[in-house]
Design a protein. Structure first.
Length: 741
């Protein structure tokens, strides 16, 4: 099976191989293959090599097809993205990490879960010991599978969730093995071009095989990104077969080493992948540039932040892996020309090909910024100045209650953070600075480094959030009586390098990007006419309306965007669905999915007394939100063309006569999966809930009465940081379209 456009599944080859007489293996060896689809492995394992007469993948066939077992339908619950998928597999818990890169809206701090380079650079001075994803999971109290084993009982290679710090000796050994060999072999390779891609993988394999001889090591894993790398760039079967044969040989080496060890009958070998691939050798993936769209006049004239540079393969600057943020400056900005690095207005995570996450700057920040720029002009007529001043303070008053509440909570959290920093500083000062070999083997040196890493991270967060809080306090402290806009510095009252709060649905449907072509317009009473004075964009309509002219592949739509999804507060939905559903039972997170104005749905969830999850899909159309926050939408019948296209899919595992009736009911996530897994979107319905819902986590809960007041505040702080990385919009591409340009 292939991962299609919104198949949020991991088509995983899960293979356990050990003698049937062994009930409980004492050693676990896991080979983690990034992006390896089950169907590709299965096809090649069953295919015979005409020269040898054996399987094209002889080791996989020998170990797992002939002697082991496999699962042909294996899913993780979320998006088909490496960091979230490995998070699910490595923890067995609901998603807390929901992208390959995440951005903090208040501070623009980036969490790049795929970048190994900062770990190795910062690790030299002890400022980093774990990958960013591990740091996040640790802060949430979610252990990895490897944490079930003591430090000296496990051997972990490179992975997105590697724990225990960089091993510089491994790099040294890898280079030595590369160059310290037969001079003729080295010269022959040099004449053809030295190959460095496998230096690390080869050395890790050598080390893993060596560790297999140590009876104390009971958990070993080997990360193999090879197939994912090749499949992102080559959709032909020859390239994919070639790299899979190489991986098969590695699996064979590991298996042979296990068989030679005295503990072969007590060892389980598992090969697992995080997700599959939407690849077809007859179709190439078409890219659509969302950065260019957002930077255009039609898209809002945004200065757009990304984590990776556009056209990376052709960018000299792109070779620097330590740049945390990349801003693509637009000449089409309506009011922020020349201020792209100070006031970016959009953040885009397109890492993941067929999906993208978008943060847009708080629309009221835009509005206040534009009004203040106008007030700092010297040529405004008195009546215009009066109206603009009134609009400026009216906007602040409209947001004051929410902003002040968030500011009070953030200041309270910063106070608790200050206390935690001082405690952490004392803890760091008490740590030993030298460790014996036995202490290093037990991981005590890494544990000490983590104390410093936590302190260093908190100090950076304290500095960044304090600036945001101080600037927001300056804004809320402005008074009409003492207002002197010419003397104000915009950077001191509107936070720079910040997106501010999440936008409401109304703001996203009426997003302020600049002054209207005719400039500022007054109402008959002398007040500012907001509707006529500002240029606005409906981002749902804009994105669904995107199309390309030259549709060069038959069967591929000329519209890149398939779905747009975001969360809606339950309280806004209740008045409109309570006649149909006992709405008080539903969870706080309602997910709105839009495939166009007349093709939309609400994804509802609830839990029973035992905590078992159930989901319901509610077809709607034309969801709108007014300026006062009130929602409007129309409940509609099941029909073709709704998001995820369940109703019309012939592979829906529900009797045709009962199709609409079944779809209209609550079902558990497993029941939905059983009904949908062979449809075009497979487990996309369950995956959307996993991706967009806020899943309860003990470390984020303040309900425990045994917690101290400071502990509760620190948990609120941890929850804020997780919520601040949530985007305004999740955009999903149509089949064989992608946003990774």
């Amino acid at each position: 099976m292939k991962r299609r456009t919104f198949l949020l599944a991991a088509f995983v080859l899960l293979l356990a191989a050990y003698p049937a007489a062994v009930a409980q293996p004492k050693r676990l060896v896991i080979i983690k293959c990034d992006g390896l689809p089950y169907d590709t492995v299965d096809r090649l394992a069953r295919q015979r090599d005409p020269q040898s007469g054996k399987s094209v993948l002889p080791w996989i066939d020998h170990i797992f097809y002939q002697r082991g077992t496999r699962l042909s339908n294996f899913y993780v619950r979320g998006m088909s993205l490496s960091a979230p998928s490995w998070s699910l597999l490595d923890t067995g818990q609901h998603l807390q990490i929901k992208a390959n890169v995440e951005f903090d809206r208040y501070t623009l701090r980036s969490y790049d879960y795929l970048n190994f380079f900062p770990l190795y650079i910062s690790g030299i001075v002890g400022a980093r010991v774990d990958m960013p994803a591990v740091e996040i999971l640790d802060s949430l109290g979610l252990p990895l599978l490897a944490d079930a084993y003591a430090h000296d009982e496990r051997y972990m290679t490179f992975s997105l969730f590697v724990r225990g710090g960089p091993r510089y000796a491994m790099l040294q050994s890898g280079l030595q093995n590369k160059f310290l060999r037969n001079p003729k072999e080295l010269f022959d390779e040099w004449t053809m071009g030295l190959e460095f891609r496998n230096v690390v993988t080869d050395q890790l394999l050598r080390e893993l095989i060596q560790k297999l001889g140590n009876p104390k090591v009971r958990y070993l894993d080997l990360f193999m990104p090879d197939f994912d790398h090749i499949a992102h760039h080559n959709n032909d079967k020859q390239s994919q077969t070639y790299v899979l044969k190489q991986m098969d040989a590695v699996i064979g080496q590991v298996w042979t080493s296990i068989q030679k060890s005295p503990w072969a009958n007590e060892t389980a070998l598992v090969v697992v992948s995080d997700h599959g691939f939407n690849t077809d050798d007859k179709v190439y993936s078409q890219g659509y540039n969302l950065v260019k769209l957002l930077g255009s006049r039609a898209g809002g004239g945004h200065h757009v932040i990304t984590k990776r540079r556009l056209m990376l393969d052709y960018s000299i600057k792109g070779v620097n892996p330590l740049v945390p943020l990349i801003t693509t400056t637009t000449p089409d900005s309506y009011y922020l020309k020349g201020e792209s690095t100070v006031y970016p207005t959009a953040m885009l995570d397109f890492d993941g090909n067929e999906r993208a996450s978008v943060h847009l700057r708080d629309a009221d920040f835009n509005l206040l910024h534009i009004l203040l720029q106008q007030l700092q002009r010297n040529d405004l007529r008195p009546e215009i100045r009066s109206a603009v001043t009134g609009a400026f303070f009216a906007t602040i008053e409209r947001r004051r209650k929410d902003w002040q509440r968030d500011l009070d909570e953030l200041n309270k959290e910063l106070g608790a953070l200050n206390v935690a920093i001082e405690q952490q500083r004392k803890l760091w000062q008490a740590q030993p600075k030298k460790f014996t070999k036995e202490q290093q083997d037990a991981g005590l040196d890494d544990a000490a480094k983590r104390v410093f890493v936590q302190l260093d991270r908190w100090l950076a967060e304290q500095r960044e959030y304090t600036y945001y809080a101080q600037t927001m306090n300056n804004l809320l402290s402005l008074s009409n009586e003492l207002f002197a806009p010419a003397k104000l510095k915009i950077r001191e009252i509107i936070p720079k390098e910040s997106m501010g709060d999440h936008n409401t649905i109304h703001q996203l449907q009426n997003y302020v990007v600049g002054l209207a072509p005719n400039g500022l317009v007054l109402n008959s009473d002398g007040s500012l006419d907001f509707e006529k004075s500002f240029l606005r964009i409906d981002y749902f309509a804009l994105l669904h309306g995107v199309s390309v002219r030259n549709n060069v592949q038959r069967g591929i739509t000329n519209r890149p965007v398939d779905l747009i999804a975001t969360r809606v507060p339950r309280e806004l939905v209740l008045p409109l669905i309570s006649p149909l559903i006992n709405a008080r039972d539903i969870d706080p997170d309602v997910i709105w999915i839009s495939a166009g104005a007349d093709r939309q749905a609400l994804l509802l969830s609830r839990k029973d007394a035992n905590g078992r999850l159930s989901l319901r899909y509610l077809p709607i159309s034309n969801l709108r939100q007014d300026a006062d926050g009130k929602l409007q939408f129309k409940l509609i019948d099941w029909q073709a063309g709704l998001p995820l296209q369940m109703f019309e899919d012939p592979k829906l595992a529900v009797p045709d006569a009962n199709r609409a009736s079944w779809l209209n009911q609550w079902h558990t996530d497993v029941e939905w999966l059983e009904a949908l897994h062979q449809t075009k979107y497979s487990n996309g319905f369950v995956g959307l809930h996993e991706e967009l819902a806020r899943h309860p986590n003990e470390r984020l809960s303040t309900d425990d009465p045994a917690l101290s007041a400071e502990a509760k505040v620190m948990r609120s702080y941890a929850r804020r940081k997780r919520e601040l990385v949530e985007p305004d919009l999740l955009i999903v591409a149509h089949d064989h379209w992608n946003f990774d340009v």
